[in-house]
Design a protein around this ligand. Sequence first.
Ligand code: SF4
Length: 349
Amino acid sequence: MKQDILDKSPEEITDILKQIGEPSFRGKQLLNWLYRGTKSFEDMTNLPKHTRIKLKERYMIGRVKQIKKMTSDNSDTIKYLCLLHDSNIIECVVMRYDYGNTLCLSTQVGCRMGCSFCESTRQGLIRNLEVGEMVGQVLMVNADLGEAEKRNIRNVVLMGSGEPLDNYDNVVKFLNLIHDPNTLNISFRNITLSTCGLVPRMRELADMDMPITLAVSLHAPNDESRRRIMPVASAYSVREVVEAAKYYFERTGRRVSFEYSLMEGVNDGVEQAEELGRLLEDFPCHVNIIPINTIEGAPYRRSPEVRIQLFEKSLRSAGIQVTRRRELGHEIGGACGQLKRGYVDTLQR
Ligand code: SF4
């Protein structure tokens, strides 16, 4: 199979063109076509014909194909199912905010982290996504939002299926690629990477000179309760995760946010909020509380409103900055993995 040219960095694109005898300025021309969403080398009319033929012989453009799209009732969330070349399916979600469109994308097919509340890990890790498959999600969505919106994706969140730091090299290459002024020119400050807390990789990322926002999925204030819902807690303690987050903040100056999914009777008590408050005391961070959607057949239930509010209040009284994450389109399967499961179920019926 031909290689996907979207896997290539700007430097690699320049080298490819050099190898077929073209000057380096052709690299910018080619990138310009690719990141405007052009799907065929033949349409790149400012490249010489023989160059277009050579490119077409060796490369393809993009391997991500939209197969289903669901829009929430108020149109502020759009969820896409995408087919990959090997018949695997991934999903990504666009969230519309006043300040622009944000894309939440996947970094792996499946995930091996085994968080017990997460649909994406049910079948384990199937494979890592290639760089071009992450780029392809952004370009697919840009094409779908189209000219009419004139508001292409400006914010990227790595929070779909997969643990981004478990696909480290491809994810770092992808982030550098979409940040490049000759591609999508997305500011590092507009990128958030969510991790379940792979401590060595968090520290490595801190040293990369890439000031993106780090969101750490904590979901519990101590090792014992975290181990019950997140197997990764057996490898890295809550203390180690928080220390790595502090290191990230020191190195990048970027405030870290901790994600805390509230599940009724599991981690939503006032005493747990107080323990979390003590854990994060004196660390200028942010806690995002996320009341989970109740998923049919899953063992966890959404916390009642009164418990959510008490939890939030208790964290605030401990001096922690808290936000409650906007709840995304319940009716379109807002939780990670739900839409994919619904689609696959339909195929199997
Ligand atoms: S929550 Fe994230 S890290 Fe945990 S299993 Fe799901 S995709 Fe993987």
